[in-house]
Design a protein around this ligand. Sequence first.
Ligand SMILES: NC(=O)c1ccc[n+]([C@@H]2O[C@H](COP(=O)([O-])OP(=O)(O)OC[C@H]3O[C@@H](n4cnc5c(N)ncnc54)[C@H](OP(=O)(O)O)[C@@H]3O)[C@@H](O)[C@H]2O)c1
Length: 288
Amino acid sequence: MSSLDNSGTFKLGTHTIKRLGYGAMQLAGPGVFGPPKDPVAARAVLREAIAHGVDHIDTSDFYGPHVTNQIIREALHPYPDDLVIVTKIGARRGDDGAWLAADSPGELTQAVHDNLRNLGLDVLDVVNLRIHGLGLAEGSIEAPLTVLAELQQRGLVRHIGLSNVTPMQIAEGRRIADIVCVQNHYNVIHRDDDALIDDLARDGIAYVPFFPLGGFTPLQSSTLFRVATRSNATPMQVALAWLLQRAPNILLIPGTSSVAHLRENLAAAELTLPTNALSELDGMARTA
Ligand SMILES: NC(=O)c1ccc[n+]([C@@H]2O[C@H](COP(=O)([O-])OP(=O)(O)OC[C@H]3O[C@@H](n4cnc5c(N)ncnc54)[C@H](OP(=O)(O)O)[C@@H]3O)[C@@H](O)[C@H]2O)c1
């Protein structure tokens, strides 16, 4: 039994996975563009994650681009039977590293094939349709989601998720396809999706926060530090433990390029915060 089992499991489509996984975006070069400085170290992070019992890795072929998926394949293929790799489509990178929309039927189909080839898979476990933009913006997602649903019907994709979406877009999406997860920006400070998380929990849909540790500029707060000191833990472990206790449908994919940080983050599964610490952390919330 791995210590990750302490935080329990959740059903992602037909897969039952541990609630604490790993996000691979930090394995690409600076700005998620180009190769990492140390590819050996990047592969070591992935192998360490598997050795600790991680069975959920989040990625995309637009990280690098292609780089992160290729590193995952080099490090882990042939994959453990229980490993679920979740990828996302809907964006591409410009020659200068810019993040651009790529949601035409041709681009979405190409992205699924790129993910299959670079990951070395015949079928993708879960594909998130990422709606492009820096923040959330209303608008119909019918056209791109219909394309993804057709790729699912062709057997190239097992399950579909949505990313960077509003509740209205999720409702529209659920009329078009079976949605197994939603991946949006959320952490102990950034709490815009509080009500959405509870709604999805009631419907058995996983919520996978991106930037669980604050993203490119990790969270820094005296409250996190204070609770961490009292709990004999680190501030990052407290931020992750808070998310695990926030709702049963939250699945974590903290990102790191460091084996030491990976071990620290996975150990958050062993931390249970007392009620008074949870209330203190709730006070950090900033909603739009
Ligand atoms: N759907 C979307 O639009 C979207 C957007 C962004 C991300 N994502 C996904 O979400 C995953 C997680 O997001 P993320 O990696 O951007 O952000 P994150 O997990 O919130 O934080 C990653 C940052 O925290 C640092 N870090 C990690 N563990 C640490 C520790 N124990 N102590 C100190 N610093 C630590 C990392 O640096 P080190 O490398 O030095 O550890 C990195 O700078 C990504 O891997 C990606 O798969 C999805």
